[in-house]
Design a protein around this ligand. Structure first.
Ligand SMILES: Nc1nc2c(c(=O)[nH]1)N[C@H]1C(S)=C(S)[C@@H](COP(=O)(O)OP(=O)(O)OC[C@H]3O[C@@H](n4cnc5c(=O)[nH]c(N)nc54)[C@H](O)[C@@H]3O)O[C@H]1N2
Ligand SMILES: Nc1nc2c(c(=O)[nH]1)N[C@H]1C(S)=C(S)[C@@H](COP(=O)(O)OP(=O)(O)OC[C@H]3O[C@@H](n4cnc5c(=O)[nH]c(N)nc54)[C@H](O)[C@@H]3O)O[C@H]1N2
Ligand code: SF4
Ligand SMILES: [Mo]
Length: 739
């Protein structure tokens, strides 16, 4: 393993020794040579193999990185790691294209032009960090420390969270809650008294039947889940896919239900109705663990197959057949809870309908359903002082979004815009390209204009960087330590992220930046260690791990501990975390606050003549916009296309390969983007992969490559229960262009 104290100079020497082009200061040809030709696995053995953890997405698989002559040459799955089991998704393997991306940020930058103009000068770390510390101090003195907010995504955020809390601010939020899985967590918390978490505890490998509502496994490439999905299918698991689009998963399904977008609650309530009417639910489980069956039965009686057909377009016969199949496979059947569920603004209630249906199947703590998780013990640092008192987060006003379980990123943007409930005047943005992550980019830019100070910490010159006062170049996850990773999982474990190669150019690890800022802000006491390895070893020792186990973490990548039972015993009592201590099919607390105690279907607005609902999702080889500049991954999936129903396309005289501009109801537009005319999508919607069509010229391969869904999401519906932002509510038109 390399020592992160090595200077840039010695890195250049190592790079030079390989003959792969020694200059790393911006000459593209040598970098490209390195990327496309210079570094590859030519079969010669590696000098060294270093275990660490992937961060191309947030699943955090264990990887083994092969090195030769100081360079990373190959990434493979770590067989010791429970989330990879020796295999990776294509993004994890292709990550060298990110590590050696010639567009990476190399030095700290200080803004010279207007915000958004992307005019910066290079600065020393000393000057850049002083600027950031001054910026925070100024804002804290004038408005209080709570007026500093942090918006982040990724494991590396933990050191900056400590910094914010040390300053006295609780305004810390990740879009992975309010723009992703928050509604699911709330729907399950309201029903089962606990959320789902990540990785999702789904026993898919042992399921007899799986229902996917949108969740497009196979395009959504969370490694372990895709492995489990493949194993389940190979063991004969039946699959029902509910999706307006014939997804990759739909190709494996016994039933594809091409639902009218936004009507899933009707289908779910229809299934619940049949399962109750026909007495197909798990009587013993429901009697022992749940509350409110009668009220549920009465509330869903109106959702007959015929009534549901009118809303969803799924025929009564299909609804009956699939309900029966689901019930027959119970309790080894699973309605997937989804992950990116911020679709229509009623998403916590849709997730609750999914939770209720699962409860009727009696699949919690059951083989082929939801398994029970455990977690390895890990103590914090005994020497870490308490954080100061802090104000309540500014992400919502009194009485708003009562059931939110985390701070809302979109709520912090709103507070920045309105100054309510109190002003937010500085942002620390870590690893989140906010203009394309939060709905309505215009609002994000307006909010930034209200700030006195903003720092962006990124590995690439993403759009967010162009709006910052100071840009700090982080090195990638392959070049740094992060905090230990300790998830709830079926096999509890601790995993280590450690550096494999030297940081590129003058990029630095986040932990170092946070510590340096802490020094400047008089907060050193919150970082009572010299370097992360010391902190990691101290925590492991104080948690009772042996020297052998600790050594194994650095050499093999994980420490594994004993698991609790995965499944409940049939007559086991269980204390559910709801107010009643039971699974709540009917929710009194929702009723008390004036919400629907049982989910209710309401018809969503429909696109007008010539308009389509805009849907979006994942490509198997890309993660959002963070890999769309990665040359290796672009080779496999070079640009996104807009999927249009074949007959509709023919009527519009559009053919596959034609280019169109896409325009939404507010006049926002993106393109040109290639058309994919296909039978695999309904007539009333179009679909594209998220993450393409970057506007910044600094990402040279990603710039204007394909279309950008984020630019078209100027409208969104906020979930009244928890503040998630439903983004599938924009309507677009297509216009052919000659290019
Ligand atoms: N390769 C890859 N994998 C990833 C990621 C990535 O960036 N790249 N990101 C990861 C992350 S953070 C997340 S949250 C997940 C997201 O992955 P999922 O949670 O699986 O995906 P969604 O984006 O919610 O869903 C997209 C699918 O929903 C369908 N859909 C759209 N509207 C509706 C509707 O009204 N009803 C129904 N039934 N279906 C609808 C779309 O046609 C599409 O097939 O993926 C994860 N995995
Ligand atoms: N329009 C639209 N919006 C969406 C979604 C969508 O499908 N469409 N999906 C939603 C979902 S499911 C989620 S989870 C969120 C995801 O939101 P994010 O994860 O915040 O999204 P990204 O666009 O990938 O932004 C990541 C930024 O982090 C940088 N980065 C990558 N690695 C590192 C690192 O190691 N250190 C640092 N400091 N920076 C790094 C990248 O260069 C990039 O600028 O977006 C949500 N928003
Ligand atoms: S699923 Fe793929 S990209 Fe995500 S952590 Fe695992 S290997 Fe990396
Ligand atoms: Mo997500």
């Amino acid at each position: 393993m390399t020592n992160s104290g090595l200077s840039r100079r010695s890195f250049l020497q190592i790079a030079g020794a390989t003959g792969l082009g020694a200059s790393l200061t911006g000459t593209i040809p040598s970098d490209l040579q390195r990327l496309l030709g210079g570094i590859h696995d030519d079969g010669r053995p590696a000098d060294e193999v270093v275990p660490t953890v992937c961060e191309i997405c947030f699943w955090k698989c264990g990887i083994r990185v092969h090195k030769r002559d100081g360079q990373a040459i190959k990434i493979e799955g770590n067989p010791e790691h429970p989330l990879s089991r020796g295999r990776l998704c294509p993004r994890g393997t292709g990550a060298l294209g990110t590590l050696y991306d010639p567009d990476r940020l190399r030095v700290p930058l200080i803004r010279e032009g207007e915000r958004g103009q992307e005019r910066f000068r290079e600065a020393s770390w000393e000057e850049a960090l002083d600027r950031v510390a001054e910026g925070f101090k100024r804002v804290a003195e004038k408005y209080g420390p709570e007026s500093i907010a942090m918006l982040y995504h990724g494991a590396g955020g933990s050191f900056f969270k400590t910094l914010l809390k040390g300053m006295g601010s609780a305004n810390i939020a990740a879009p992975s809650y309010s723009q992703c899985r928050g509604p699911r967590e709330v729907g399950f918390e309201l029903t089962f008294g606990e959320g789902i978490g990540s990785p999702e505890p789904l026993d898919i490998a042992n399921s007899k039947l799986l229902v996917l509502i949108g969740s497009h496994l196979g395009e959504n490439m969370h490694n372990t889940q895709v492995q489990d999905f493949a194993e389940g299918l190979s063991k004969g698991m039946r699959l029902i896919v509910v999706d307006p689009r014939f997804s990759t998963a739909a190709g494996k399904a016994a039933h594809w239900l091409p639902i009218k977008p936004g009507t899933d609650i009707a289908l779910l309530l229809g299934w619940i109705n049949i399962i109750i009417q026909e007495e197909w639910y798990d009587h013993a489980f429901v009697a022992r663990h749940t509350l409110g069956l009668e009220q549920l039965a009465a509330a869903v009686a109106q959702y007959t197959p015929e009534a549901v057909f009118v809303e969803t377009g799924i025929t009564p016969e299909q609804i009956r057949t699939t309900a029966r199949e689901i019930a027959l496979a119970a309790p080894h059947a699973l309605i997937h809870p989804g992950r990116h569920v911020t679709w229509y603004g009623n998403d916590a209630q849709r997730s609750r309908a999914i939770a209720i249906l699962n409860a009727l199947l009696g699949n919690w703590g059951r083989r082929g359903g939801f398994y029970l998780t455990s977690k390895s013990e890990l103590k914090g640092l005994a020497t870490l002082p308490d954080f100061p008192e802090h104000a309540e987060p500014a992400d919502r006003k009194d009485g708003e979004h009562l059931f939110a379980g985390s701070t809302l990123a979109s709520g912090l943007r709103e507070a920045t815009l309105t100054g309510e409930p109190y002003p937010i005047k500085a942002w620390l943005v870590y690893g989140s390209n906010l203009p394309y992550v939060l709905p309505d980019p215009r609002k994000t830019y307006q909010a930034i204009q209200k700030l006195d100070f903003m720092v962006a910490i990124d590995i690439l010159p993403a759009e967010i960087c162009g709006w910052a006062d100071v840009v700090l170049p982080e090195c990638t996850y392959l070049e740094r330590y992060d905090d230990l990773i300790v998830p709830w999982h079926r096999e509890p474990f601790i995993a280590l992220r450690q550096p494999v190669v030297e940081p590129l150019a003058d990029s630095k690890p986040g932990w170092w930046m946070a510590k340096e800022l802490a020094k400047r802000l008089g907060l050193e006491r919150y970082f009572p260690w010299e370097e992360p390895r010391e902190m990691i070893v101290t925590r492991l020792r104080s948690s009772g791990y042996s020297e052998e186990q600790i050594e194994g973490l650095f050499t093999k990548g994980t420490i594994k501990t004993e698991a609790d039972p995965l499944y409940m015993l049939p007559d086991e009592d269980y204390e559910w975390g709801t107010p009643s201590g039971k699974i709540e099919l009917y929710s009194q607390q929702l009723a008390d606050y004036g919400f629907d105690p049982v989910p209710v279907y309401r018809r969503p607005a429909q696109p007008g003549e010539g308009e389509f609902r805009l849907l979006f999702g994942r490509a198997p080889v890309h993660t959002f916009g963070r890999t769309t500049n990665n040359a290796r991954l672009l080779q496999q999936f070079p640009e996104n296309e807009v999927w249009v129903n074949r007959r509709v396309a023919a009527d519009m005289e559009l053919r596959s390969g034609d280019r169109v501009m896409i325009r939404n109801q507010d006049g926002a537009e993106t393109g040109p983007i290639k058309v994919k005319a296909t039978e695999r999508i309904r007539h009333d919607c179009v679909y594209m992969v998220h993450g393409f069509g970057h506007e910044t010229k600094k990402l040279r391969r990603a710039h204007r490559n394909g279309g950008n869904d984020a630019l078209l999401i100027t409208k969104y519906e906020v979930d009244p229960l928890m503040g998630g932002t439903g983004m599938n509510v924009n309507f677009v038109t297509l216009e052919k262009v000659e290019v």
